[in-house]
Design a protein around this ligand. Structure first.
Ligand SMILES: Nc1ncnc2c1ncn2[C@@H]1O[C@H](COP(=O)(O)OP(=O)(O)OP(=O)(O)O)[C@@H](O)[C@H]1O
Length: 267
């Protein structure tokens, strides 16, 4: 389904991503981990063409992504939604309109300028918000919501695009453990229930182990681990993070597990 071959992105003398090859044969939930500067964001940004690769190829269902231009590139960006650490909503705009922004690439400039959305789209946006448990906030300005709620609106906006792949760049890095869990549960749901591939950059090992089917570890631009959560032992993690024997998993923990005792699992 997704084939990344010998992908490199150079910024001056630095190879932010260095000759990366990854093959994914079916939609799954993938976590990308690694120390700060390992190249995780650059890898995701090349996938949805926010960055252009220096060399190498990305192929999705037989289509080569790295060379796409103008309308073809926009069409790909619709199929490959992106969620950011800082949510990237329009703060003063209401929640439904933010979700409807997920259809921007599908609409005419005129319709966008005058905020004209088909009724069917508005209903679909509200249905998605309902599914994510935040329909009650639909009419509020995005800026009035908590960080966790804003990230769920961003997920709703991504789903509105009806993408094949959802990329999430440190989606829980700005959230407290409880909201981190809710957002990760939502990402897992859009994989499980909709069959969408989810690729998330994560800075915590416990989150990667708990939510992902496959974990990719990056170090200095290279893939140094690619395996199942079970294979991600403390020793492997130490290699990925380039740490010595004093490496402590607690340093990369969100304490999601500790929360388990306090809040009931969502259905
Ligand atoms: N636009 C840019 N211009 C120059 N260098 C860049 C640019 N973007 C990233 N880099 C460099 O590329 C390397 C990888 O950065 P990247 O942001 O992809 O890493 P990361 O693993 O996502 O880190 P973090 O977890 O801190 O976001 C770093 O050395 C970074 O300084």
């Amino acid at each position: 389904m997704l084939k990344i071959e010998n992908l490199t992105k150079a910024f001056g003398a630095v190879n932010a991503v260095d000759n990366v090859t990854i093959e994914v044969d079916r939609p799954m939930m993938i976590g990308v981990i690694g120390a700060s500067g390992a190249g995780k964001s650059t890898l995701l940004r090349m996938l949805n063409r926010l960055e252009t690769a220096t060399s190498g190829t990305i192929t999705v269902e037989g289509q080569e992504i790295t060379g796409l231009k103008s309308a073809d590139k926009r069409r790909w960006q619709r199929d490959c939604a992106m969620i950011f650490q800082q949510f990237n909503l329009v703060p003063r705009m209401d929640v439904v309109s933010n979700v409807l922004h997920g259809t921007l690439n599908q609409r005419s400039t005129l319709a966008t300028m005058f905020n004209l959305y088909p009724t069917a789209d508005i209903h679909r946006a509200i249905d998605i918000l309902d599914r994510l448990g935040i329909a009650a906030h639909a009419a509020k300005r995005a800026e009035a919501l908590s960080g966790g709620q804003q990230q769920r609106v961003a997920i709703a906006r991504a789903v509105m695009q009806d993408p094949k792949i959802v990329l999430a760049d440190e989606p829980i890095a700005s959230l407290d453990p409880m909201n981190a869990q809710i957002v990760m549960d939502d990402l897992r749901r859009i994989h499980d229930e909709d069959g969408r591939m989810v690729i998330a950059n994560l800075h915590t090992l416990d989150t990667a182990r708990r939510y992902c089917d496959r974990v990719i570890g990056m170090r200095q631009g290279r893939v140094v681990f690619d395996g199942s959560p079970e294979q991600l032992t403390t020793g492997v993690a130490r290699d990925i993070y380039g740490a010595d024997a004093s490496f402590s998993e607690a340093a990369t923990s969100t304490s999601i597990d500790a929360l388990e005792q306090k809040i009931p699992q969502r259905a």
